[in-house]
Ligand binder design. Sequence first.
Ligand code: TYM
Length: 330
Amino acid sequence: MSKKIILSGIQATGKLTLGNYLGAIDNWVKMQEEYNCYYMIANLHSLTVRNDPETLKNNTLKILAIYIAAGLDPEKNTIFIQSQVKEHAELGWILDCYTYMGELSRMTQFKDKAAKHADNINAGLFTYPALMAADILLYQANLVPVGEDQMQHLEITRDIAERFNKLYGETFVMPEGYVRKSSARIMGLQDPNQKMSKSATNLNDVIFLEDEPDVILKKFKKAVTDSENEVRFNPETKPGVSNLMQIYSSITSKTMQEIEKEFEGHGYGDFKTKVAEAVIEKLEPIQKKYKEILDNPKYLEEIYTKGAESARKLASETLNMVKQKIGIIV
Ligand code: TYM
């Protein structure tokens, strides 16, 4: 039996966070043996907010380097840059024409970003989910591993696919979202009611994958908790402590009960240090490899060139089928 197909990606805007790592990349690494995986860098999606051109270019390569440093094997996976496979933009446009304004205006990411960038609520920001649907449907992906915040985009992808299939007959495979429970939504360290985000204004709220060990330790030590001094899982009443437990759990694979037991009778100071140490231990080898890879732009170019070639094969097959069905001369 042929392997099931996975597609996922990360926007090339800003520095990657521990949320991106635990919510996405770490899961991808675990899935690479079992599935036929396509992992991309969504640099076209990045254009929905203003970027300095040089920074966008650098971020694209940095994310590629993180993918490899974190353990994605370019021999086993197709790793590519979205803009280098032109089929994404083309199918994105086609799917725009099968996506309703009403659906798009319900997207929470659109509402959040529109509020944050009130001076630049561009059409791309609005139609963003149709391009994301194109990313997924071009590869006939069965599974899309993401953090919880992307599930709404996955649902609209399924609605678009279903609509298209109904109109033109079976065309797209219906993709399923895959969210790992322990890392579905890593929250901010200063505001544990908001997800940890690349665009946080308070830098103590977010662990960046490039943060040095002493910075990571400091940020965890400052993390907001509560006055109970008891390590117990309850996201409603103890969001700060519960978030630290989630982070610890997704790194060590320990259950919440095991973690509660481990820290019984210990204060928060000790607990925070242990969480920080676990994160540092996990990130240090990745950071070391990341620096080595970034120093080798030729190697990165080889990977993305080969990745785009391989991605184009399946993407062009799907796009041609779509065009034939809707009456666009191929
Ligand atoms: P992006 O770039 O915002 O985030 C990339 C991945 O990281 C996950 N993530 C988190 N998971 C847990 N806790 C957090 N605090 C956290 N922050 C981010 C996201 O859920 C995501 O899985 N639109 C997408 C990129 C994209 C894409 C795609 C994804 C473009 N095309 C096709 C999947 C399939 C985005 O903006 O993710």
